[in-house]
Design a protein. Sequence first.
Length: 318
Amino acid sequence: MAATILTPSKPHFSSIGTEQKSSLFDRVIDPQALYNRFGSSSQALTAQNEFSIEGRGEDYLESIRLFPDVRSEGTLDLLRLAHPQGSLEFDGDYIIADLLAGDGYIEETCKRHVSFAPLFVNSDSSPFMVQQSRQKGMFGVCQFAQDLFWLKDESVDAVIYAYGTHHIPQEFRSQAAKEGARILKSGGRWVLHDFEEDGPMARFFGEVVNEYGKTRHDYPHFTGDEMLNLAQDAGLSDIAIEYIADPFVVQAPSKLAAKRLLCNYVIKMYGLVGLENQFELTFSLLEEYFGKVHLTENLSGYEARLIRNALVCHGTKP
């Protein structure tokens, strides 16, 4: 099977401009990684990755362009959990490793909403997504979450697994959890997000995405007990688990436009080619699986809000 190696990209810091921050590459990257792992299974494979041009990678990117802040509330909740004091004010040298980063959505959302943003290492197993993040000047690393071979021990302040953690095969989840703990500094924050097995989002994936999607979505989600066991096995302390609303939220000039934008976002987000231009059916399916979509009038028009209720486990490295 063909494989590709994308060596880590040095981040673009033209808007930051301090010598200390520009050394991020040297602070987190293991210089022996390529030598140690060349030709190993740690390389990100070009085949069988749904976040590619051949899969639903372009649809996913288009969904973000439709309304970039659609997942911002859940993202900001995760960033608070990644801060030792639950704040959104980060020290300028604070480093967060987003271990399922895609094209860097969490970093982009953070920069739009957080005045004192941390530094980010965007790690993903999709070469296509890593290239997208690099084209935007981000620090992009191509590797699997269960084998963070590019990254040094005790090199980052927080790790986040989110928006795709169920893509990690069950047999590799324990190793992925431990790898995140390995790269954390003492006192660092470990945050794992996903949707609960047999919950509305998991059923939507298994039934709607599998019926109407460009690609199938046969990935087992998480239980609370599984998350807690992973955190404990990774040697973390102060472990807790909670739900966050993690809604899809869109804004449009009219109630109808808000409903259509929400539907179009979901269709693009999950590559639901079988539902294209089927807005009434799509909206009906959303309310069937998630309950009533809240449509609220405000000064800018109408907001459509769909509550997804994600499960998040978090802890601290001793």
